[in-house]
Design a protein around this ligand. Sequence first.
Ligand SMILES: CC(=O)N[C@@H]1[C@@H](O)[C@H](O)[C@@H](COP(=O)(O)O)O[C@@H]1O
Length: 388
Amino acid sequence: MSDLLAIAGARIFDGHDWHDDAALLLEFGMVSAIVPASAVPAHAAMVRLDGGSLVPGFVDLQVNGGGGVLFNNEPSLAGIRTICAAHARFGTTALLPTLISDTVAVNMAAIAAGQAAVAHAVPGFIGLHLEGPHLALARKGTHDPALLRPMDDSDLARLRAARDILPNLLVTVAPEAVTPAQIAALREAGIVVSLGHSDASFEMASAAFAAGAGMTTHLFNAMSQLGNRAPGMVGATLHNPSIHAGLIADGIHVHPAAIQIALQAKIGPGRLFLVTDAMSQTGTDLKELTLNGRTITRSAGALRLADGTLAGADLDMIDAVIFMHSTIGLPIEEAIRMASLYPAQALGIDDSHGHLAPGAVASFVHLGDDHAVRATWIGGAQVYPRPI
Ligand SMILES: CC(=O)N[C@@H]1[C@@H](O)[C@H](O)[C@@H](COP(=O)(O)O)O[C@@H]1O
């Protein structure tokens, strides 16, 4: 029995170019080549698809929940499994379960759950995103104000220790709640630092970028906006060509014109990427969820606290890709890159994720001509629908 698998019958987009009449060859969970369909080695096991396209799996750096689980409420191995499986249905093959501001105890449980997910090689799990609690009250969004606080030495030590046991660790902090020296120390430890939930001035945000923060969390949402004499965190992000920024493209969080303006600033270097900021509702009919004891209601494509504050997004990655293509007008290839290559680059995992070059992890999605997700593979194994 050969370990070589060939998948043919769909156009293949490798993240850069299209390949027609081609086959994707996989071996030991990695892409080994894309070859003409007529040149598939005779010993390869064949999977024949009936049209559509094969594209790189989506990489989502901000996933608070899915499949009925909110990570804050179930920071466990089982919780992570459920979240990863829920998002695979929508084309996501690599994600960071994201913890919204919570207590030290819940943060520690989340880190332990991440360690367990590594040990059990949960398909789709690539690390954690700890969003808070070192955020600014003035831009708390849906984060519980009682939990927000500045970073201290024990927080820094805990994050450094977490980085040692996780393949990737992303933290969202506000410059009001961390010092440039703390940002530099996080960066030095190999932690990716993103700025968000902040009312920082342009100057303060720029200083935090200079200290080592390389990313902005859900650009435009929960941050100081671009004003004429005060360009804020939005201005500091768009002004600095090296900064990556996540974007919630659900048609509710950010006006299409604001997205187009951000694209003009960021699309050249590919620094703008899609996140879902999904909560537990993904893949379910849930109408109500709970975060830190407060009720969030799902209605008309949005999730809101009782006072109307947006509380994450009722969004999955394929819908974000379709929004960028159909409503914003991006070519489908670029919309796909915003969900795969660009977030992989933002996290620094683009050697193995976000494209289908030889040596990349064999994580990819079969899309129909209508762009609906038909099947998903993670590390060479089909995870949605269940293997035939
Ligand atoms: C999980 C999470 O925290 N998500 C944030 C939310 O906190 C914030 O309220 C909202 C709108 O922010 P805005 O009103 O500043 O645009 O964006 C995101 O949904």
